[in-house]
Design a protein around this ligand. Sequence first.
Ligand code: EPS
Length: 386
Amino acid sequence: MLRYLTAGESHGPTLTTILDGIPAGLNIQANCIDLHLGRRQGGYGRGGRMGIEYDYVIINSGVRGGLTTGAPVTLVITNKDWDNWSQVMAPGPEADLESNNVTRPRPGHADLTGAIKYGHRDIRNVLERSSARETAARVAAGSVARLLLEELGIKLVGHVVQIGSVRAPETELDAEQLELAMLRSPVYCADAEATEAMRKEISQARATGDSLGGIFEINVFGLPVGLGSYTQRDRTLDGRLAGALMSIQAIKGVEIGAGFAAAAAKGSELHDEIFYNFEEGFYRQTNNAGGIEGGMSNGAPLVLRAAMKPIPTLYRPLYTVDIKTKMPAGATVERSDTCAVSAASVVGEAVVAWELAVALLEKFGGDTMREIKERVAAYREYQKNI
Ligand code: EPS
């Protein structure tokens, strides 16, 4: 069974991820994980923290000579900013609990609700863990899952399709072209014109102390048919993927394929008709289903989109109430990004990769990459010739 836990605060010493159930024989080089950690830090509109951190992973267990052993894999990311916070965040009685405390909750963040739930009078105890900093740990975990999928011929590409009011046009690019176009863009958008307009809108928001959200899309190519199942509510692949994307900080909506547009379509226009030829086996000429039917991968590319709300920290703060005095106040201003949709698209790739790896191991089993590769190859042959 594949699972992971993350731990660590935004201004604590480290972020730690423990992955359990990774098959033996998977090739893991730290720099393959660092690549995506670096991408997560990027994107036009990111804030001052990204100038402090240079995220890289330390592999503390479960890997020897570049190959997993089947034992739990521990990944650690150090927070350089800890040097500035070691007094405030100290675990012992020496901690400075007076300076840097937070009593003016930011509308839209976990601040007030978290303080009520966990009984905190200092909202710092909430924001340190609810911070999007935690997504660095998820990207580390998801990058390991991605390496497993890539060894099986499965490729993920996340890209930004909207920032603020700017929407990129639909793209027909294939996996390689899409990845190249995304990598060339400072906001990870495959369309050059939309990239420019997005950059302008982010600059305007920054100038007025505001923040922006947007939409990113995750495309997955090369999945075998039949990951997930219709037999139980918690085995549906779309249910799991939607939950994973929704669990990312600031995500307020998820779509698969045509998504909400499907609600207005006629069945005769929407559903993807089925064809067959000896070369490909069963195939479809459209993909409104977004690669999932009946809670299972149907062999077409996965198309998932997630809507990210504008970041709740505003340099032109909204009204709130001070939890200490109960008086109206301006919300706390914590250092923050103007727009982090680009970063969120990398986190989206990671959480989707993880869920797909879970579903793949559920279907094919195996404790070693050799076993899994043999089984997936045999199944791909089978699914073409049934
Ligand atoms: C982030 C780390 C945080 C924020 C931001 C993104 O670091 P710090 O709080 O020290 O500035 O910059 O998180 C948020 C905007 C948020 O509201 O959680 C990161 O590593 O992605």
